[in-house]
Design a binder for this molecule. Sequence first.
Ligand code: GLU
Length: 476
Amino acid sequence: MHNATDPGFRESVDLMFQRAVGLMDLSPGLAHKIRVCNSTYTVRFGVRLRGKIETFTGYRSVHSEHMEPVKGGIRYSLDVNQDEVEALAALMTYKCALVEAPFGGSKGGLCIDPRAWEEHELEQITRRFAYELIKRDLIHPAQNVPAPDMGTGEREMAWIADQYARMHTTDINARACVTGKPPHAGGIVGRVEATGRGVQYALREFFRHPEDVARARLSGGLEGKRVVVQGLGNVGYHAAKFLSQEDGCRITGIIEHDGALVSDAGLDVDDVKEWIRANRGVRGYPRATHVENGATVLEADCDILLPAAMEGVINQGNAERIRAPLILEAANGPTTFGADEILRRRGTLIIPDMFANAGGVTVSYFEWVKNLSHIRFGRMQRRAEEARSRLLVEELERLSADKGLGWTIAENFKERFLQGDDELTLVRSGLDDTMRTAYQSMREVWNSRPEVGDLRTAAYIVSVDRIAKSYRSKGL
Ligand code: GLU
């Protein structure tokens, strides 16, 4: 997707890293160690399918092992290549440090068009790829824990977990070898929506700081803000759904692979998603205007632009024409280094990927902890909390009756107050807290150091500083 004049994806990430390191007091040797990718394993394997042998190429790249296990998704796409996997692995390192998920960074990819294969064929391919990685400890609960990414989801993660269990029959922590599994196979509720939910929490936190909002030439809260979403995959769909259904945003544009839909009145995200499911694209959708060249809608007049699919969609070829004053990077690497420089100069505010899309890995962290502790969150305390709350309510009612005060506690309050927290509530609470804390650490650097012109550089500074500390304590 990068424009011809743009640097490649990995170089783009490196340049952003270097821009931040230039403002830090870090020895060049340590900076170099943090920046480089530790290793990339390439595997080519054959699977007998439809009567002939098909050869697939896959990668698992480990960017930094300052903390283990290393973490990061596995992507299925025909665009997967070593440069991309390494750039994504580096972003995982920085992302995990920023949100204090205790992992190093990794990423995997398989060069495949997942839509070209039947489910049972995909299972065969996934199991074979997983086998290759498992036997080299590139999937391992204590060393390397993959998760979903573009083109993969709960189903693939369940196959990977099962493949690992078959190869490590006595490993009591086998389920922690991968996250993003379906809840019935050791997953955690709220993982599928997590990245989109994280986007929502990120924006809510941003809008809690009117000074920051003013720097984006915006005012007020999320209510009524016009949002353009690029990509209605897992991340884009959940983000757009929550922002429109819970925060009053208006989704005025949705960009997909076969064009874009625009509507000033706002699009119904679930309705569009349903249409895409049935028709494999947005073309023909009756309740909005279809724009053939979808990319032009990235340049539409709106308040918030949410790139939620591929890297490099905002590049030197279109950055000058982007009109949104605020961009939230729900995808990894949607803005190239060149575009970033242009947008900085033009005063466009960017909420960077390493923060904005960290909801996925944050909930992955919760899932991994759940797997290692072998118990669902809330299982021990939920009813105890309920009993304690009931005690309080009953005492209030007794006091009111004794003193003839005539207080009545509203039924719906009672019901909500008495309810102990279930796993989903706890997951969302942990995610919300993580996003708020990470935003605050980033904005503190952004607002206190005038030479740090943007949130991305601030995010790198916070994150690289933490990684450097961890390397130093290892004696480097
Ligand atoms: N693939 C997701 C990401 O880019 C999630 C990674 C994870 O949960 O480990 O952050």
